[in-house]
Ligand binder design. Structure first.
Ligand code: ADP
Ligand code: ZN
Length: 638
């Protein structure tokens, strides 16, 4: 482990206490005390007539004094004239006591003169009284505050100093079970043990097995990590604490750490329970990172580490955390005894998507014609949150159109809204542009259809979408694939550049519409060379490494500059050969290209079947397209 780890477990230094809390309380108490003494002074003064010290001396010398009270800072006296009045009308006078006066001598002198001296408040005594009363007041204030914060804490949302803004949510019962989480079978299986443990910790402790303290849920945004954590709490029937990592990171140093401690204290009171920390990368990012240190984040992380080490897992607290960037997490978080279990929450496959759609349409009235399998096929790559959104959009559309149930068209249209952007019917293209778009899209589709290994096309459209695509071609792979051969990748490249090839072959022009295709083709060719070892010269050498596997999956070159230049050269060769092939295929099938493009220009959207009918009519040797495939949506710009 790295040195300079701050407050690690081995470090005896205590993690910092939330001094901020007590300081604020103290400040408020002080202000209150000052206010109180000012008000009480003001009240006291208004009961008396204010006079000058010379008035007092004159009255005394005239023998007009009836009673005198000498206080630490003032003299209160009653003239004989006032004393003669009825008690309700009497009003005493007061004047300041000159500093340094000998109050005892003054009192004795007055007594000799026959004046009643009521009270002699000796200075030191009054100071002690004052301090004592302040101490009592501050103590009382603390007591009240403690009570208030405790009360709020037990009601779910934490409040009070240092906690007021913490978005800790506590649900006694989440009401979510594994039935609500579609797919994710491996994740569920790994979590099953945690549930079992929460149900019956003795079973584990009896053998002497140490229970897992935490597990890290890793996956792309929207794949259902929060949902899974809630389901674990629901299945085990224990309370669920939710906080987002970004809530910990506060403007004031020390606040985050105090929040962490509060969270674990609350949890300990209701154990067994689940603590879920969303976006743990916000606090858990590696401390030795190059972007400069953030002491608040470090303190919060240290506190988190010490709390995780500190709690006794046999009490039944399980800490789940979610992230989509496990690679940036601090190593200390991942070491044994902390978040040592890693549960991958993948993007759903065809069956997973179908199940997710089923879960979300449970409460939705569906028309007879709805075929969820088709929707699941069309949404390859979509995550659970996308699908939930899709179903909701479809329901909204059905309501908008005044229907009683959601039909297949609603689902298909909202699929295009959610995944491809809303259809933008009013983008006006000139006739020439339209022809270019049609030929471009058919170029993609035809290359794909004619290539033996390629996936049949499911839909071609030249209706523009708000996502910027002027049209797109959707491909359907025969089955979900996890491995691709080099030849399949080359076919994909030919399909990608097929659009540009059609523009070139038919019109002899190059348009900006192919930009996205070229980008994707280049990225694919680059991966082939740098990561898959498919380059002809560099062979089996990795020249780039992936950094954020669960976010953008971007790869960064790590090789010598001369090698990088060589990579570029190989990438160019691969692309050139794919482009040449695509142009050859389209030139050889020029009449087919024209026919289908003209048909598309009229209909604007054609299905894969319609396309294949043309292709098969032209070339009997080609097998008919298979149905029941999984879809890989391949929206292609232009
Ligand atoms: P994450 O925490 O991974 O970003 P969430 O758990 O917040 O994702 O998921 C957002 C929403 O997406 C959920 O509330 C749920 O409606 C839906 N969802 C995601 N995955 C699934 C799934 N496997 N089954 C059912 N619904 C899901
Ligand atoms: Zn294209």
């Amino acid at each position: 482990m790295e040195p300079n780890r701050g407050n690690d477990r081995n470090n005896p230094q205590k993690p910092n206490k939330p001094k901020g809390n007590y300081m604020t309380a103290l400040m408020i108490a002080l202000v209150l005390v000052l206010l109180f003494s000012w008000i009480s002074n003001a009240i006291k003064s208004s009961q008396y007539n204010q006079t000058t010290y010379s008035d007092f001396v004159a009255t005394r010398d005239a023998g007009q004094l009836a009673e005198v009270e000498i206080q630490s800072d003032r003299i209160i006296y009653m003239t004989k004239e006032e004393a003669a009045k009825s008690p309700s009308q009497q009003k005493a006078c007061y004047t300041g006591l000159p500093s340094g006066s000998d109050t005892r001598a003054m009192a004795e002198e007055l007594v000799k003169m026959g004046v009643t001296v009521n009270k002699l408040i000796v200075e030191d005594n009054s100071m002690i009284m004052m301090i004592l009363s302040y101490v009592i007041m501050i103590g009382g204030l603390f007591l009240v505050m403690n009570l208030v914060t405790r009360r709020m804490g037990s009601e779910g949302m934490m409040g009070g100093f240092g906690k007021s803004k913490a978005k800790v949510f506590m649900e006694k019962q989440t009401g979510v079970t594994f039935k609500d989480v579609a797919g994710q079978d491996e994740a569920k299986e790994s979590l099953q043990e945690i549930i079992d443990f929460l149900h019956n910790p003795q079973k584990y402790t009896a053998i002497g097995a140490k229970l897992p303290k935490g597990a890290l849920l890793v996956g792309s945004p929207g794949t259902g990590k929060t949902l899974l954590a809630k389901a674990v709490a629901g299945e085990a029937d224990v309370p669920f604490f939710y906080i987002s990592g970004s809530d910990f990171v506060e403007m004031f140093v020390g606040m985050g750490a105090s929040r962490v401690r509060d969270l674990f204290q609350q949890a300990a009171k209701v154990a067994p329970c689940i603590i879920f920390i969303d976006e743990i990368d916000a606090v858990g990012r590696s401390r030795d990172n190059r972007l400069g240190s953030n002491s608040e984040q470090e303190q919060t992380l240290n506190q988190l580490l010490s709390e995780i080490d500190g709690f006794d897992s046999s009490k039944g607290i399980v800490c789940l955390a979610a992230t989509n960037r496990p690679e940036i997490l601090d190593k200390a978080l991942l070491r044994p005894g902390r978040f040592d279990r890693r549960i991958i929450v993948d993007r759903p496959n065809l069956q997973g998507r179908l199940d997710t759609l089923k879960v979300h349409t449970r409460k939705i009235r569906l028309a007879e014609d709805v075929d969820l399998r088709k929707i699941a096929q069309a949404t390859a790559g979509a995550v659970g949150a996308d699908l939930a959104n899709l179903v909701n959009e479809a329901a909204l559309r059905a309501v908008r159109n005044g229907r009683q149930a959601v039909n297949q068209e609603d689902l298909l249209v909202s699929f295009e809204t959610v995944i491809a952007g809303t259809e933008k019917k009013n983008t006006v293209l000139t006739d020439m542009e339209k022809r270019l778009v049609a030929y471009h899209e058919v170029g993609h589709a035809l290359v794909a259809a004619l290539e033996k290994h390629s996936q049949p096309v499911s839909k071609i459209t030249i209706v523009p979408h708000t996502s910027g695509a002027l049209g797109y071609t959707m491909q359907m792979p025969e089955e979900e694939k996890f491995l691709s051969t080099a030849e399949e990748l080359r076919t994909e490249l030919r399909t990608l550049v097929g659009g540009r090839a059609a523009e070139q072959v038919v019109f002899g022009v190059q348009t900006t519409g192919a930009a996205n295709d070229i980008q994707r083709a280049t990225a694919l060719a680059r991966n082939m060379v740098t990561q898959y070892g498919m380059g002809s010269n560099l062979g089996l050498m990795t020249t780039a490494s992936v950094q954020n596997q669960y976010l953008d999956g971007q790869a960064y070159m790590d090789c010598a500059q001369s090698t990088a230049a060589q990579v570029d050269q190989e990438v160019k060769e691969i692309l050139d050969s794919a482009y040449a092939d695509a142009k050859r295929i389209l030139t050889e099938n020029r009449s087919l290209l024209d026919e289908i493009s003209e048909f598309l220009l009229v209909k604007e959207t054609i299905t894969g079947d319609e396309l294949m009918a043309y292709v098969n009519a032209d070339n009997q040797a080609l097998p008919a397209p298979q149905d029941e495939p999984d879809t890989q949506e391949e929206p292609t710009a232009e």
